[in-house]
Structures are given as structure tokens and as C-alpha cells.
Design a protein around this ligand. Structure first.
Ligand code: SF4
Length: 94
């Protein structure tokens, strides 16, 4: 009589379970890393962030801006029309 759970089936299911476990842990780590990164960013007050542009300078055309409302170096939320002292225009920005 054949065993309904053959060695091959057990190996395949075990591999799938391990894959799911690894994917879950990687996702949790990515979320934790993102939270740490946000906490490590410069506070808006320290960056002299404002919710309005400074002349033609605004977050929307800054190298550090991540649409729709994040910045690589300053804690969010960041408005596209905002500005801070670390503004650096993208090449060909208008
Ligand atoms: S101007 Fe400041 S807050 Fe805005 S995207 Fe650039 S670095 Fe970030």
C-alpha cells in the first residue's frame, strides 16, 4: 500500500513551509528597518522645514523627495510644496 504522504510530498511541503517562513521574516525585517530609518531622519524643526516653498525651491524638485510625501533625510510627512534648509535641486529642475 502506498503512503499518501510520500517522502517527496513531505520534502516539497517542507520546502514550501520554509519558504513562507523566510518570506514572512524578511517582510517583518523590512518593515522594522523602515521604521528605524524614519526615526533616524532629521526632525522637521531641526531641518527648518516649512509647508510652503522658498521662492522657486520646493520639495517636489528636490533630490531627497520621495513622492507622494516622504523625504530621504527629513521625517515625514513632507508636502511637495514644502521646503527645508537641505534643499538640493534635481538636475534640470524648474
Ligand atoms: S527640501 Fe528638505 S524636506 Fe524637502 S525633499 Fe528636500 S531635503 Fe527633504
Amino acid at each position: 500500500m502506498a503512503d499518501p504522504l510520500s517522502r517527496r510530498t513531505l520534502i516539497e511541503r517542507g520546502g514550501l513551509a520554509i519558504g513562507i517562513l523566510i518570506a514572512g521574516r524578511a517582510t517583518s525585517r523590512a518593515v522594522a528597518d523602515e521604521e528605524i530609518k524614519e526615526a533616524d531622519k532629521i526632525k522637521q524643526t531641526d531641518a527648518h522645514y516649512q509647508r510652503f516653498p522658498k521662492g522657486p525651491q520646493r520639495c517636489q524638485i528636490c533630490l531627497q523627495f520621495i513622492p507622494p510625501e516622504q523625504c530621504k533625510i527629513v521625517q515625514g510627512p513632507i508636502f511637495p510644496q514644502g521646503w527645508c534648509q537641505f534643499f538640493a535641486a534635481k538636475e534640470n529642475a524648474q
